[in-house]
Ligand binder design. Structure first.
Ligand code: ATP
Ligand code: MG
Length: 584
């Protein structure tokens, strides 16, 4: 394409709302434009890259045996009632009504819709297994849309659903998807890793997230240098501290004026933080029919003083409380019901609330905990003798240095971007929506499901996070909007430049190369800046030596330039592009 015919509006200034490299550079390269918070338009170059990523996803999905279909993002509320998710998905579900008052959602994901299709289309074991997918706009009314394409309210997702006769079939489908995802993210040029993950509101047990490493990611990954273990911080198991063999000492109330934090009380009493009990107080809501929230109960969660509480583990332990239905308790209101006292809450004597504790606590001895009185703590508090909890389970948030649950070596931590997730759903949705098939013995069986998502537009942002420099984006060839740009210096004024540029342009087009010819009447500096910011991976500059048939060849990722004959330059580009096509 000729750049003079393409709408390209690059920006010199960093737009005020953009904080991270992918957001800044996609805006500055004129690839995306904001419509409204969390909703973006894709301009010519940006859309070409989206379609490249989609195509990689499509090719690998098709190669894995999956079939592409297309469903509407408009989903009837009835399906969500059937699965039980209408009431629990919360304000992230973008709801709308038609003129008759009938309720719908704009799909944030499509388990219900796909299960509904399959229950009416499939009835025999002969039709299984199946894996169907779509590449579609998804909607989530995120509490904090930010970072451009990274966390938006409208985004493109590839979502696939597998339907199997049994668990063994699901295990196979899951591994097939895992392998396809690995190829997809490799082809996108990402540095990534699959890690064990929590399954969140989608449900099911086994799950992995594909995390692209990047400092602006919103996921923390704990990984072991000594073995293969890797998990999100939400998911990582934290081994309990060894049980103490100390003798139990008598419980005793001590004055601890003004010591509202673990650090303060530990310092005041001269105790290690490991010898204290940390209390975290929550209120849990029910959502009423009219959409209002009512406090259902209070929860007090206890972990060792030096630990952090893992909210995901807590929500799961409480039976899968949705994120929007739990928050820190109002201290005064909770105190009136349960006896808790802000900064001085402990488990002894606490009443009318659910008490949950981390699994290592029962093994520890003689801890210090709040005494439910201002400026007072108990010392020598012992589980079993002085208090018990309704639930005892791992609630610890893992951190760098914690022991690997598999081999015991200290774990490392890295930040990353969740670009995809795969889940074994089992029969959660087939049970709820009655998706069954008839087996060889004419018996009805539940279909066993898996689901597999890739954030296409988030992947685009993740690629930029990993591939940019101070001048702009450096697209990997496989996802670049164009493979090569010809910077024709004085195209309009210099006949040799025009002839040579046109010649290279036509030869590259004939060879199937995606080539952009900068034939605009712009200064060379402007052309080079635009070529850099938009990240076209290969550049041919046609300038002073055009008359001799010599041009300059440069990679966007390297500083070196090379003078080549036009034919050599064409051959180089064709060879470089061939490496991408070969990987497909
Ligand atoms: P997150 O934890 O980041 O909110 P999620 O786990 O809720 O994401 P999934 O339900 O697993 O997301 O969706 C599949 C994929 O869709 C994610 O792996 C991610 O790449 C992408 N995705 C999810 N939410 C967004 C969003 N708000 N903006 C862009 N992409 C998203
Ligand atoms: Mg996810």
């Amino acid at each position: 394409m000729r750049l003079s015919k393409i709408h390209l509006n690059t920006l010199r200034e960093v737009p005020g709302e953009a904080e991270i490299p992918s957001h800044i550079w996609l805006l500055r390269a004129g690839m995306i434009r904001k419509t409204v918070s969390g909703v973006y338009s894709f301009m010519t170059l940006g859309w070409r890259t989206v379609r490249k990523i989609e195509q990689i996803v499509r090719e690998e999905m098709d190669a894995s045996g999956a079939q592409e279909i297309s469903t509407s993002p408009v989903q009837p509320a009835e399906l969500w009632h059937e699965s039980g998710r209408w009431g629990v998905y919360g304000p992230e579900l973008w709801r709308l009504k038609d003129r008759h008052g009938r309720e719908f959602a704009l799909g944030p994901t499509a388990e219900e819709v796909f299960t509904d299709i399959v229950r009416s289309e499939i009835d025999s074991y002969r039709q299984l297994p199946r894996n169907i997918y779509q590449i579609q706009l998804k909607y989530r009314d995120e509490a904090r849309p930010r970072y451009g394409l990274m966390r938006s309210r409208e985004f493109i997702m590839k979502d696939a659903y597998s339907f199997d006769r049994d668990r063994a079939g699901l295990d196979e489908s899951y591994l097939t998807m895992r392998a396809a995802y690995t190829k997809i993210f490799e082809r996108c040029g990402l540095d990534f890793r699959p890690v064990a993950a929590d399954s969140g509101p989608i449900g099911g047990k086994d799950s992995e997230e594909f995390i692209a490493f990047g400092e602006y990611g919103e996921s923390d990954v704990l990984y072991c240098g000594a073995c293969e273990y890797a998990a999100t911080s939400e998911q990582a198991e934290v081994p309990d501290a060894p049980a103490s063999d100390e003798a139990e000492r008598p419980i005793e109330a001590v004055l601890t004026p003004g010591t509202k934090t673990i650090d303060a009380v530990a310092e005041f009493l001269g105790l290690p933080r490991e010898q204290t009990l940390k209390a975290l107080l929550f209120q849990i809501y029910d959502e009423a029919e009219d959409g209002t929230y009512i406090i259902r109960e209070y929860v007090a969660a206890f972990v060792r003083g030096d630990r952090e509480l893992n909210m995901t583990k807590l929500r799961n332990a409480l039976g899968g409380i949705a994120e929007h239905l739990i928050e820190f308790a109002d201290e005064a209101a909770m105190g009136a019901v349960t006896g808790s006292v802000g900064g001085f809450t402990g488990p002894v004597g606490l009443h009318d609330c659910r008490i949950v504790t981390d699994s290592e606590i029962p093994g520890l001895r003689n801890l210090c905990a709040g005494a439910l009185r201002e400026d007072t703590h108990y010392i020598n508090v012992n589980y079993g003798r002085d208090w018990t909890a309704e639930l005892v389970t791992d609630l610890k948030l893992s951190k760098a240095g914690d022991a690997c649950p598999e081999c015991g070596a200290p774990l490392n931590i890295a930040r990353g971007i969740e670009v995809g997730q795969i889940f074994k759903l089992g029969t959660k949705y087939s049970e709820a929506l009655e998706a069954v098939y008839t087996d060889e013995n004419q018996q009805e069986q539940l279909i066993v499901m898996g689901c597999y998502g890739i954030g296409v537009t988030r992947t685009m942002a993740a690629i930029v996070e990993q591939h940019h420099d101070d001048d702009g984006i450096i697209w990997p060839l496989a996802v670049a909007p164009f493979h090569v740009i010809i910077c024709a210096v004085k195209y309009a004024a210099d006949e040799d430049v025009r002839r040579v540029s046109d010649d290279i342009y036509e030869k590259l087009r004939a060879a199937g190369v995606e080539v952009l010819l900068d034939d605009r009447d712009e200064r060379p500096g402007v052309k080079f800046k635009d070529a850099d910011v938009t990240g076209i991976p290969l550049r041919i500059t046609v300038g002073k030596r055009a008359a001799e048939g010599v041009v300059e060849y440069k990679l966007r990722s390297a500083a070196e330039r090379e003078d080549l004959t036009t034919d050599d330059a064409v051959a180089r580009v064709v060879a470089a592009v061939a490496t991408v096509s070969l990987r497909a």
